[in-house]
Design a protein around this ligand. Structure first.
Ligand SMILES: Nc1ncnc2c1ncn2[C@@H]1O[C@H](COP(=O)(O)OP(=O)(O)OP(=O)(O)O)[C@@H](O)[C@H]1O
Length: 297
């Protein structure tokens, strides 16, 4: 990332990661991630199990100290966030466990005190609408119900930055649709910036403006959802043309007959690799799901 750009963005963007590196027990979970979230964008972070999504989210929010690199939230170093900045963020972890001895209502009442824009009427009505018993201990709720209470907490806070780590994992399809609608509404009407991780490509297509693809701790792709179809494609080369395969490709697979399939991207001048112009070559458009499967396989 350009140094001047980094300086400007780190003071204005809701979320900035710069050269984040992290290891667990000697194995790399993040390999130098640069990522900027623009205000009002909805970024879907996608990647296979173990790709590093939760680690990246936690490092970006200052919940984990990376081995190298830095993160900023609304211009403040993520590891030293003040209360005022914390009140602008709502984060739902993948497996919420905090305050599980309280009932849903008690937890919402307690947490609401820390958020200046807390919408208690939204919290009350959404508990009813999502059929959650307000007086049941959180520990006794099903994982899906527990996740819904956490989502209510995050949304009732009316945050400027909403960060959801696999929010749909335990939700049924109806609840998932409702959540996506709510995210789209918040982004569209209030300009809320949203970062969410997911495995569900259709959710991402439905609500995200931008997509980032994390693979083995590296950010392989970052663009708008619309751009993916125009910028990436599958290039097929027959055996006799495989010598012309470009050196740069997001994935490369040789078939038994000697032909090659590659996922390629347009270059800085918007051009496909030269081999795509060969008469025997074939360039196929890729949907988001196919693109991820091809790259991650
Ligand atoms: N506390 C930990 N101790 C050791 N290794 C860990 C720890 N947390 C994560 N890892 C490892 O780091 C890598 C990245 O994990 P992370 O949870 O960030 O991935 P993820 O993309 O969120 O995965 P999933 O989609 O399954 O939730 C994985 O290989 C995981 O096993």
């Amino acid at each position: 990332m350009n140094a001047m750009l980094r300086e400007t963005e780190s003071t204005t963007a809701p979320l900035v990661a710069s050269g984040l590196v992290h290891c667990y027990e000697g194995s790399n979970a993040l390999n130098g991630i640069d990522l900027v979230l623009q205000p009002g964008s909805v970024l879907g972070l996608i990647g296979r199990n173990g790709a590093g999504k939760s680690t990246l989210i936690r490092a970006m929010l200052g919940l984990l100290q990376p081995l190298a690199g830095s993160a900023y939230v609304f211009g403040e170093p993520a590891l030293k966030l003040g209360d005022a900045t914390k009140a602008r963020i709502a984060y739902v972890p993948q497996q919420p466990e905090a305050l599980s001895w309280l009932t849903a209502q008690q937890m919402l009442d307690f947490v609401g005190r820390f958020y200046p824009r807390w919408d208690s009427s939204f919290a009350k009505h959404t508990l009813e609408r999502w059929q959650i018993q307000p007086n049941r201990a959180l520990a006794k709720l099903s994982p899906g119900e527990r996740q819904r209470v956490e989502l209510i907490r995050a949304l009732a806070a009316q945050p400027e930055l909403l960060v959801l780590d696999e929010p749909a994992a335990a939700l049924d399809p109806v609840a998932r649709r409702e959540l996506l609608r709510e995210i789209a509404l918040r982004a569209g009407e209030s300009g809320t910036t949203v970062l969410f991780s997911t495995h569900i490509v259709s959710d991402l297509e439905r609500v995200a403006s931008d997509v980032a693809f994390l693979h083995q701790g590296k950010l392989l792709m970052r663009c708008t959802v619309d751009e993916t179809k125009e910028r990436y494609a599958r290039l097929w080369l027959p055996p006799q043309a495989s010598f012309a395969a470009p050196a740069q490709a997001l994935s490369r697979r040789r078939h038994d007959d000697g032909s090659l399939s590659l996922v390629v991207a347009r270059d800085a001048h918007d051009q496909w690799p030269e081999a795509a112009g060969l008469p025997s070559a074939r360039l196929d458009a890729l949907g988001l799901e196919d693109l991820f499967v091809e790259i991650a396989e």
